[in-house]
Design a protein around this ligand. Structure first.
Ligand SMILES: NC(=O)c1ccc[n+]([C@@H]2O[C@H](COP(=O)([O-])OP(=O)(O)OC[C@H]3O[C@@H](n4cnc5c(N)ncnc54)[C@H](O)[C@@H]3O)[C@@H](O)[C@H]2O)c1
Length: 250
């Protein structure tokens, strides 16, 4: 692979929402894009949108919690683009909201499977090539729920908290290979995840609790993720960046 090839980003869960917005932002900042999602149709739509802007992109469909499937996706992306320079572990599912007594094994396994195992297996596959090239950047998606806790959100809190701990450990583990690992912990963001979960009235009420007075647009998360994924953040590793409109100020 030539040294002056374009950089390549693999973004999981990029068929819609924050992942899609991140794909578009990274495409505008010089990355070719591997668009992954469990939904092959939306992934293909994101890839097509990027190609229309003159940037190379291709879609890959798989369940992120399936280790073999994600290993195959990583291999296919490397075969198609030559390398993965930036990995964004974004695929996620909405928080289960219920008192602890009502949490089921299925809920817990699904949340840990998609968020934690999904991130772990995808990173495990992608890290091999990154180590060979002594370069790489990984951004994992946590949430403000991991920073301040959320009542009746045990399965999501557990998963998103684990992602911060995993990322801090990996930042130290992979630093000798010049591979950076950071976290974006979004605040309230206007995507299908939040629109489906909460009525317009509830979202308006929640927006009043955010100092900036509104939900984020997905592309505002995309900008933060793209910063950490890119060389602009070349000395940043093991950090949590939380664009949250001032909802969490520590
Ligand atoms: N929207 C928010 O307010 C908010 C806040 C904090 C954190 N987050 C996190 O940001 C990330 C993106 O969230 P979003 O709001 O864009 O959600 P979204 O529901 O709009 O999009 C999530 C995407 O992930 C994909 N996905 C879901 N399960 C998958 C699986 N098993 N395998 C592969 N892909 C799968 C979906 O198909 C979808 O395209 C998630 O990790 C979420 O937990 C979102």
């Amino acid at each position: 692979m030539s040294e002056n090839r374009r950089k390549v980003a693999l973004i999981t869960g990029a068929g819609r929402g924050i992942g899609k917005a991140t794909a578009l932002v990274l495409a505008s900042k010089g990355f070719d894009i591997a668009v992954h999602d469990i939904d092959g149709t939306t992934a293909a739509e994101t890839a097509s949108l990027i190609r229309q802007s003159g940037v190379d992109a291709e879609s890959f469909a798989a369940d992120v919690s399936n280790r073999d499937a994600m290993g195959a996706v990583v291999s296919a992306v490397e075969a198609r683009f030559g390398a993965i320079d930036a990995l964004v572990n974004n695929a996620g599912i909405a928080s289960d909201r219920c008192p602890l007594e009502q949490v089921t094994e299925a809920m817990f396994q699904r949340s840990i499977g998609v968020h934690v195992a999904g991130t772990l297996w995808t990173t495990q596959a992608a890290i091999i090539g990154m180590k060979q090239r002594n370069a790489g950047s990984i951004v994992n998606l946590s949430s403000i729920q991991a920073l301040v806790g959320w009542s009746e959100g045990a399965t999501y809190n557990a998963a998103k908290g684990a992602l911060i701990a995993l990322s801090k450990g990996w930042a130290k583990e992979f630093a000798p290979w010049n591979i950076r690992v950071n976290v974006v912990a979004p605040g309230h963001t206007e995507t299908e995840m939040t629109v489906r979960n909460d009525s317009a009235e509830l979202r308006a009420a929640k927006a009043k609790t955010i100092p900036l007075g509104r939900y984020a647009r997905p592309e505002e998360m995309g900008e933060a993720i793209a910063f950490l994924a890119s060389d602009a953040a070349s000395f940043v590793t093991g950090q949590v960046l939380s664009p949250n409109g001032g909802f969490v100020i520590t």
